[in-house]
Design a protein around this ligand. Structure first.
Ligand code: AMP
Length: 396
């Protein structure tokens, strides 16, 4: 299935229509107070666009993990208040999700007005993608817009089921994810280079497998490199090794070899005598990691080699840091590769939660073309899985 020809908000007529927008307002909260409104802010372009076009907006989202019933601590009330401040206009809050209050307020909406439904997970049918609930969502509106990329890998009523009963389109947030991740996977500017790091092979095996099929080059760093070392019979000391995936690691290298895809592993490493920020550390070639030491970053030779091999790339997909980049002494590999990506002029796509956080913390956010907003969703997208929240949307 191609994701590239899905309808966007710009392809649909919304003036005077009731538009149900599934947002990702799953904000961080402490004691009923929003501690980061980033996700609300990120939703504004789609909301503002629809308001400018004269739509009647019905917004919905999940917040936290309530168990299918009204739970005051998971109410959308703080979101309604913050959204209202950001938009500079009233945001009405329904007392329920699809009940009497939601129905009455939706029926009364005027052009340019905004209604927020209560937490969709107060409805037990939401996470079961119950068609009865999907129909009730659909009955509130004329059109459905999905802009919650972070939940697009979940087939729930408000992310997927509702699209069975309404014309549909994606909002700008999902459109951008499709443009970059979908574009890189389906129609990339080549050469396409994947940089894969982070802790565990097990989390990324599907990503590695899919990207070997699509990429011209795969670059491996981070803790996962040592499972590949182990598969090659190299000494790894006390480095992170994913014992259950040693065979898989070998299979991945064989597959890359068969397909003629360059598969790069570190030639040197920064090793430490223990897993600690203030551990003793030194540089060592990959065939000589001593007993009792663990690899916590790629070494300088590897960083140089990797930066060189990114030069000339058309597109770079990067998931997972090259080392324990949270700790100064083990961040240099990630910094060097980030510089390499920034200098390459390639379309650069950062996917997954931890990678995005590392890139932001190290100060490279502005130099990347796209930093994905969905951890789990972007991993599944990179694995080549169909995301139900995108698959359900009408085609152009
Ligand atoms: P992930 O969520 O899989 O992208 O992994 C990110 C985490 O991997 C970060 O918290 C890093 O500290 C960790 N990590 C990266 N390299 C290593 C390594 N060589 N050994 C242990 N942990 C690592």
């Amino acid at each position: 299935m191609s994701t590239l020809n899905k309808k966007t908000v710009e392809d649909i007529e919304v003036a005077g229509k009731k538009v149900l927008v599934r947002c990702d307002f799953n904000v961080k909260m402490e004691d009923g107070v929003i501690t980061s409104d980033k996700r609300i802010v990120a939703s504004l372009p789609t909301i503002q666009y629809l308001l400018d076009k004269g739509a009647k907006l019905i917004l919905c989202s999940h917040l936290g993990r309530p168990k299918g019933e009204f739970t005051p601590e998971f109410s959308m009330a703080p979101v309604a208040a913050r959204l209202s401040e950001l938009l500079g206009k009233e945001v009405k809050l329904a007392k329920d999700v699809v009940g009497e209050s939601a129905q009455a307020l939706a029926a009364d909406l005027k052009d340019g007005e905004v209604l927020l439904l209560e937490n969709v997970r107060f409805e037990p049918g939401e996470t079961k993608n119950d068609p009865e609930l999907s129909k009730k969502f659909a009955a509130l509106a004329d059109v459905f817009v999905n802009d919650a990329f972070g939940s697009a890998h979940r087939a729930h009523s408000s992310t997927t089921g509702v699209a069975d009963y309404l014309p549909s389109a994606v909002g700008f947030l999902i459109q951008k994810e499709i443009q970059f991740i979908g574009g890189a996977l389906e129609d990339p500017k080549r050469p396409l280079v994947a940089i894969l790091g982070g802790a565990k092979v097990s989390d990324k095996i599907g990503v590695i497998n899919n990207l070997i099929d699509k990429c011209d080059k795969v670059i491996i760093g981070g803790g996962m490199a040592y499972t590949f070392f182990k598969a090659m019979g190299l000494p790894v000391g006390t480095s992170l090794v994913d014992k259950e995936n040693i065979e898989n690691a070998k299979a991945m290298m064989d597959k890359a070899h068969e397909k003629g895809v360059a598969f790069l592993l570190p030639v040197d490493n920064i090793i430490a005598d223990r897993y600690a920020e203030d551990a003793q550390y030194m540089k060592i070639y990959s065939d000589s990691i001593p007993d009792g030491w663990m690899g916590l970053d790629i070494g300088p030779k590897t960083a140089e080699l990797y930066a060189k091999s990114i030069k000339g790339a058309g597109t770079v997909i990067w998931n997972g840091p090259m080392g324990v980049s949270e700790w100064e002494h083990f961040a240099e590999g990630t910094v060097a590769v980030a510089k390499g990506v920034a200098d390459s002029g390639a379309i650069s796509i950062i996917g997954g939660g931890d990678s995005a956080a590392a890139i932001k913390k190290l100060g490279f956010e502005k130099q990347m073309s796209h930093i994905s907003t969905g951890g789990g969703a972007s991993l599944e997208f990179l694995e080549g899985k169909e995301l139900p929240g995108i698959a359900c949307i009408d085609e152009k």
